[in-house]
Design a protein. Sequence first.
Length: 256
Amino acid sequence: MTFTFPEYESAPGTEQFHRGLVAEHIEDVAFLYQHRLVCLAAPSAAWDEVAPIEDRLSAHVDGIASSGQLGLRVAVEAASGDPGELFAAVSSTCRSRHAAGLGEILQKFDSESPAALRALTNALKYELPEEWRDYCARAVLKGDEKLVASLAHVLGYRRWRADDVLLHRMKTAGPRALPALLWALGRAGGAGARSVVRTMLGADDRQIAVAAFHAAARLEDVDSLNYLISAAGAQGADTVSLGLVNGSSVTANLLD
């Protein structure tokens, strides 16, 4: 059973206390989020070291999500702070199904910081409710360029099929969003996406070409893989990644 705080707006003298309590949860989530990133990036970190951090982080998100309307307003207000606070706000509004709060955060999000974009993406891919997947797909189709990459990552990470949406958005997407759209197609696309991915293999933008290469491998597009192997010497195609992504099925070709 989930405990929910009573609404304190009508109780004189308690609102400030309630805000302070939620602010402490947000501060703890922000710290644990950054600590988690450091641990995941450390080659020596073991999973049993990360698991307690995950549990503590999730408990504090629960504390925010169960804090009622006032607490969620505090979280939404904190979204403009550092990346950890943004992660706390997005995670808690998703977990509490507070669609209006998440919509406000996304509407106001204008950061160019890679750390902020990473926090937004991480929170959405971990916490976005299953029943909001259609909203996510529509936002990829019509959303702002800077949010498309984050939302496409959500579709791909959760393996939510949205081929039509991803392929249609690729027609108008810029270099900022294309790698993420290709990544999502590779993770969750069908065979019908192969022909579109092939057109990106020779892109002048290295990041787009590599993303297309990985998508082709995940989609098991043999024609694309053979092209990449033959072009390895001239274009520096990453045949090591090719083998890692597609497994033993390409071993013979790599040894030719």
